[in-house]
Design a binder for this molecule. Sequence first.
Ligand code: ADP
Ligand code: S3P
Ligand code: MG
Length: 171
Amino acid sequence: MKSIYLTGFMGAGKTTIGEELGKALQLPVYDTDQLIESNEKMTIKEIFAQQGEEYFRKLERKALKELPVQDAIITTGGGVVLSGENVDWMKQNGCMVFLYAEMDKVWERLEKDQTRPLIMQKSRDEVAAIFEMRLPLYREAQLIVDTTNLSVVESVKSVVDVVKSWEKGQH
Ligand SMILES: Nc1ncnc2c1ncn2[C@@H]1O[C@H](COP(=O)(O)OP(=O)(O)O)[C@@H](O)[C@H]1O
Ligand SMILES: O=C(O)C1=C[C@@H](OP(=O)(O)O)[C@@H](O)[C@H](O)C1
Ligand SMILES: [Mg+2]
């Protein structure tokens, strides 16, 4: 089976839902941010601070391509869609899923977060502008799941359902 790529804005729950999805489908889970942090021996926050966002995006493009395109769950960072090359890669090699959560929900979860450089010290309006700018990029996904009012368990179930029916249509 083709790998499942979870995409969506920061705080949508990609990393959390991906872990549980891996257990449900008995597939290994890889998170691009975690791969980058372990390769670089630095946190995402340190990479942004010391090397800048452009450098991080280069590492992100490389990490995405190193991960298996078969039989895996890949959880991505929210900005992976900023590269059209990444979007093409996910859609051509696997199944790109957009985990949507409303801006209010995202803000509630991340307002106090100190690990995400693009959220830290930003106002709600500034984060909302990034959110709006990215929405059309996430909508490129083959599948969309609205997790705004779902628990992690319910989100996993929804992703399993939509992916299973998508797979049937592939044959
Ligand atoms: N469905 C959910 N319900 C409640 N909290 C959630 C849900 N999904 C994620 N969270 C919480 O939101 C925060 C961000 O989740 P995370 O998985 O890191 O998101 P992402 O990888 O998309 O940025 C975490 O604290 C996580 O526990
Ligand atoms: O949206 C973004 O540009 C980013 C999202 C983060 O991942 P999460 O979406 O898992 O928070 C991480 O890759 C980095 O801080 C940049
Ligand atoms: Mg994450």
